[in-house]
Design a protein around this ligand. Structure first.
Ligand SMILES: Cc1ncc(COP(=O)(O)O)c(C=O)c1O
Length: 352
């Protein structure tokens, strides 16, 4: 097996937390009902209701792309399209999976990876015309693909604008744990999701210490008929997009471990903390262009190609924006202070 040590490439490069691995082994006894009807799954659905409030409905899926596509498919009516940022994973990194599932994307520029109410207003220009796909769904990512965070007020303002225009709001929460940790911990989770007006959340696990799995979480308690309809369609939207895990207990067991004692928030906080440590260790190197501390677990410094290649001998990482020679350094739940120190020393050496 090739070993990369603890790289700064992606939180997907990290392994699974030991509690998650034990939870998988513990779930591996006897037979259990399949397709999410087993006892562990029922327990975790109840746990999500505790987290987000009575009436919350949750559905396990295999992955983040699939979770997004299944969630959006359940929301979309005929002719509907999805408003998203030009940086969204949906648009940039999902290999046209949404389009393959019949979901047209209406891409808006946003600012710093975030959609603004103005983006929704401009999209709304097409509402009501039978000749244009109808922008009835908004998808935002928290934290964004460029490492920024919507404030609670920004999510509220977007949701208010969306609802006022007859749109519903999906939040891609592949890194919802990092956002939750950054915004103040699990007590703040509702404030930037259900209480802010988000209608559907894809709650990530894979990037935060589990082997695989995400959860689509619906908030029909708002009484929005489109969300109520989406919950009714959800089982079919999920199966038709190939996201129904048959041995659901193994996804559920991982989430049970992650939700226990807020392990998920601790792991998100650790990843964020490691990124902050890295920033503090190298921010004085002006050429990196790191002007503000990371909001969550990624940094986007300027590193010339030749230097990046040398630095990759210490730790692998991905290019980000080749035109500006920006790269991405991302920390994970298991990044240690020693990893940061080793990498920071190599950065200093390579940057001269
Ligand atoms: C913001 C965001 N959403 C969704 C995903 C999709 O995850 P997956 O690779 O499991 O399909 C990713 C993965 O990088 C992501 O960064």
């Amino acid at each position: 097996m090739s070993r990369l040590g603890r790289s700064f490439a992606s939180d997907n490069f990290a392994g699974a937390h030991p509690s998650v691995m034990s939870a998988l082994a513990e779930a591996n006894v006897d037979h259990a009902r399949a397709y999410g009807d087993d006892e562990i799954s029922l327990e975790v659905y109840a746990r999500f209701e505790e987290l987000f409030g009575a009436g919350t409905k949750s559905f396990f899926v295999f992955g983040g792309t699939g979770g997004n596509v299944a969630a959006l498919s359940s929301l979309a009516g005929p002719g509907d399209c999805v408003v998203c940022s030009e940086w969204s994973h949906l648009h940039v990194d999902e290999t046209a999976a949404p389009e393959r599932a019949g979901l047209k994307l209406l891409v808006r520029p946003g600012v710093g990876g975030k959609l603004t109410p103005r983006d929704l207003q401009s999209a709304a220009h097409w509402l009501g015309s039978q000749h244009h796909a109808q922008p009835r769904i908004v998808s935002i990512t928290q934290p964004t693909e460029v490492g920024t965070l919507y404030t609670i007020d920004e999510v509220k303002a977007l949701c208010a604008m969306a609802h006022g225009l007859g749109m519903v709001v999906h939040m891609d929460g592949a890194r919802v744990a990092n956002a939750t940790a950054a915004l103040g911990g699990s007590d703040k989770l509702r404030s930037f999701t259900v209480d802010a007006g988000v209608d559907v959340l894809t709650f990530g696990g894979t990037k935060n210490g589990i082997v695989f799995g995400e959860v689509i979480v619906y908030f029909p308690q708002s009484g929005n008929p489109v969300v109520e309809r989406a919950v009714r369609y959800a089982p079919w939207a999920r199966k038709a997009t190939t996201q129904l895990p048959s041995k659901g207990r193994f996804v559920a067991a991982q989430f049970r471990a992650l939700l226990h004692n807020d392990l998920w928030v601790d792991l998100g906080a650790r990843a964020n903390g490691a990124a902050r440590e890295l920033y503090e260790a190298v921010a004085d190197i002006e050429a990196l262009g790191l002007t503000t501390p990371p909001a969550v677990n990624s940094l986007y410094p300027v590193v010339a190609d030749a230097i990046a290649d040398r630095l990759r001998e210490t730790s692998f990482f991905w290019p980000w924006d080749p035109e500006q020679q920006r790269v991405r350094w991302m920390t994970s739940w298991d990044t240690t202070s020693a990893d940061v120190a080793t990498f920071a020393a190599a950065i200093r050496l390579c940057m001269g």
